[in-house]
Design a protein around this ligand. Structure first.
Ligand code: ATP
Length: 305
């Protein structure tokens, strides 16, 4: 069963020539954990705001839970949970007061839905009398998630929930999402972190308002068309510069402790290493690498140019 559908959605702000969302269509199945992956400005927030009925598209149609985002906006609002990118809670209210407030506006109570948030709430309960503005990033994020869940939504929209959150809290957050998914909640999550893409069942890679690819993370990495190599040397910035000027190299970019490259022609590895040595690079190490979502993203981005 399908829970979220977008058909040819276009959204332009302030008569800009380039739409923020440019003819986007996709659907998300019931109970799916779906990721919108892309850098700042890709159009992720605009899509979430359209789906949560906070923003009108210029053209196209969209539905959530079989309800139209324009005609049935009131019904949709009671069915979805939305955790916006920026911290949206009341800074001067305590943890418990924030949660009670969100329960009240949805005409429910904390007790009625406690089973859904229990695992998350117990982690912040020791601080229930602390003002939200005084919580750490990870705790704010957990409270915001509890508030987005307190009316037992069927679809949950999480806009960059892990931005600015430490690595441990990010990991815990994704574990919480997996547990929520198992409770049957459809989850749409956006993130600029490519490593989080593999934690979703399906992803859409977005850039400049368009979807470049949509599939499971495994299928997307499988479709990487070239052999990918990881190369390093003593002076990494010199190496990158030399790679970018090499006649053997098709693409190159810095990737952690290595540079990731593809070659114009296969079996030119040794010639490339020789060339790099001739340019004065020392301690060169070149091995074959497994493409990641980030490699695929960069490849797709460059194909568009
Ligand atoms: N209210 C607005 N007025 C004018 N332009 C806007 C507005 N909101 C978004 N934009 C522009 O639309 C484009 C897409 O923005 P959007 O916020 O949807 O992307 P995003 O992928 O969520 O990125 P971010 O993390 O920066 O929010 C950007 O170029 C942005 O500057």
């Amino acid at each position: 069963m399908i829970d979220v559908v977008l058909d040819n959605i276009v959204k332009t702000y302030n008569k800009n020539k380039i739409p923020a969302v440019n003819d986007v269509s996709f659907s998300v199945g019931k109970g799916e954990l779906f990721g919108l992956i892309g850098p700042d400005g890709a159009g992720k927030t605009s899509i979430f705001r359209i789906l949560t009925t906070l923003l009108l598209a210029d053209s196209g149609t969209a539905s959530v839970n079989g309800l139209d985002v324009v005609k049935d906006y009131k019904k949709i609002r009671s069915k979805v949970g939305y955790m916006p990118g920026r911290f949206s809670l009341y800074q001067d209210l305590t943890v418990e007061e924030n949660l009670r407030f969100f329960a009240t506006i949805f005409n429910t109570s904390i007790a009625a839905n406690y089973d859904l948030i229990k695992d998350i709430y117990v982690q912040i309960e020791p601080f229930k009398d602390r003002r939200a503005g005084k919580l750490s990033g990870g705790m704010k994020q957990k409270l915001a998630l509890c508030c987005a869940l307190i009316h037992r939504p069927t679809v949950l929209f999480l806009d960059e929930p892990t931005t600015g959150v430490d690595t441990v809290s990010r990991k815990e957050f994704w574990e919480m999402l997996q547990r929520l998914k198992h409770q049957g909640i459809t989850i749409l999550v956006s993130t600029p972190y490519m490593d989080e893409a593999t934690l979703c069942e399906r992803i859409a890679l977005m850039q400049s308002g368009t979807i470049m690819s949509i599939d499971t993370p495994q299928n997307i990495t499988k479709q990487f068309p070239d052999n990918l190599y990881a190369i390093r040397a003593k002076n990494m910035s010199k190496l990158l510069n030399d790679l970018r000027h090499s006649r053997f190299v098709k693409s190159s970019f810095a990737f952690g402790e290595f540079h990731h490259i593809t070659l114009k022609e296969e079996n030119t590895n040794e010639q490339l290493v020789k060339e790099m040595r001739e340019h004065g690079n020392e301690e060169i190490n070149m091995t074959i690498a497994m493409p990641t979502i980030e490699d695929c993203f960069i490849k797709l981005m460059n194909n568009d140019k």
